[in-house]
Design a protein around this ligand. Structure first.
Ligand SMILES: [Zn+2]
Length: 383
């Protein structure tokens, strides 16, 4: 029997004109640089193992299910490098993604829609929570809920979009998705999805605000814009959707408060299916080119050492501490270690709230990096 969400989808879809929408060539282009990001339709997913999250009644059922699987599901250090690189290169959705009911027949997982969690991704977030807050309890449940908050925003935006499309009788969601197909990491929808996960993490009973902030700032493009003014982000997304105005200064303030606000009747847990995915191969999911490079040793260029000995002598101890942490675990979100300039091969690391260093791997050195520049956050071009 169709549920309330099925009926909404069917009724609303029937009100959207079927005449051809804009062709790919006629679509406007985002003003951001091209970056294909993570495209779930391209995963070699035919042999993946899917486990439904059958917690229609309470989150605890899902938690127990995850917890039960925790012991027989270790991730390797190779997996970690892929996961840690993937989050930096293409953002949150490489750990879990949302597939619209509109695309139920399409890849991946034809016949299924909803939220798909990469089991490795849930495990990795759990590990990072534990490294950031040693002794923190029930971190597997927190990792799962953290990912879920982001993906639920995609679900809510999908429903909101459909309600607008039904009202005006014209497709909006598909053209928007197609317009951004080579600019995925720049969709402002990702900023709002990350924002929901961040706001959830900041709640008193969760207490992961600092972790969430750092984890989101590691991510590329619009993913890292989550801390901009929410009203502006929502107004921008509404202008993208309704006017197909893709400029980052576009605004539909009249719709800003409605974006992602969906009637409770459509938000019942049982209505949007969820699955844990164990992929047949992690590299089919995460491109090996995204892997986080190894850091075995960090040396300093002459100019770097001299500025540390003179102008920035007070930061010497902080730098030594940063180096130690970088070698021990470069993936720690608090280090904010991420690619800085693709053309020069530089990466950037946080020394404290105001200072960063730029460094790059020495070719064929087996994990030795040289620190080259050092300075205040703003002067280093980090805004
Ligand atoms: Zn997302």
């Amino acid at each position: 029997m169709p549920n309330i969400l099925d009926r909404f989808f069917e009724d609303a879809s029937s009100r959207i004109a079927t005449q051809p929408v804009l062709s790919d060539q006629d679509l406007p282009r985002p003003d951001s640089p091209e970056h294909d990001g993570f495209d779930p339709t391209e995963i070699a997913s035919d042999n993946d193992d899917l486990i439904p999250v059958e917690d229609r009644w309470s989150i605890e059922v899902g938690t127990r299910r995850l917890a039960d699987r925790e012991i027989p599901f270790p991730i390797t250090s190779e997996d970690r490098d892929l996961l840690d690189g993937g989050i930096r290169e293409v953002g949150f959705d490489v750990y879990a993604f949302y597939k619209s009911r509109r695309h139920v027949a399409a890849r991946p997982y034809p016949g299924k829609w909803g939220i798909f969690y990469l089991e490795h991704g849930v495990s990795r977030v759990k590990e990072l929570i534990e490294s950031t807050y040693p002794g923190y309890g029930s971190s597997l449940r927190l990792a799962y809920e953290f990912l879920r908050e982001h993906e639920r925003f995609h679900f809510k935006f999908d429903i909101y979009a459909l309600s607008v499309e039904a009202k005006i009788g014209r497709a909006l969601y598909e053209p928007l998705k197609r317009a951004f197909r080579h600019h995925r990491i720049h969709q402002v929808e990702e900023a709002l999805a990350n924002r929901d996960a961040w706001e959830w993490a900041k709640r008193g009973r969760v207490g992961l605000g600092e972790f969430a902030y750092d984890f989101m700032k590691l991510q590329p493009g619009a993913y890292a814009r989550f801390d901009e003014r929410k009203f502006d982000l929502a107004g921008e997304l509404a202008a993208n959707l309704i006017d197909l105005n893709l400029s980052s200064t576009a605004r539909r303030e009249d719709q800003a408060l409605w974006i992602g606000n969906v009637p409770d009747e459509l938000l019942r847990r049982s209505l949007c299916p969820e699955y844990f995915v164990r992929p047949s191969s992690l590299t089919a999911w995460i491109n090996p080119a995204w892997k986080l490079p190894e850091v075995r040793n960090v040396t300093e260029a002459q100019s770097f050492s001299s500025s540390l000995a003179s102008k920035y002598a007070s930061l010497k101890e902080r730098w030594e501490d940063t180096k130690r942490k970088l070698i021990a675990n470069p993936a720690l979100p608090g280090l904010d270690f991420k690619r800085w300039d693709k053309s020069t091969g530089h990466w950037s690391v946080r020394i404290n709230d105001n200072f960063r260093a730029h460094l790059r791997p020495i070719p064929k050195s087996g994990g030795t990096w040289e620190a080259e520049e050092f300075g205040p956050h703003k002067a280093m071009g980090h805004g």
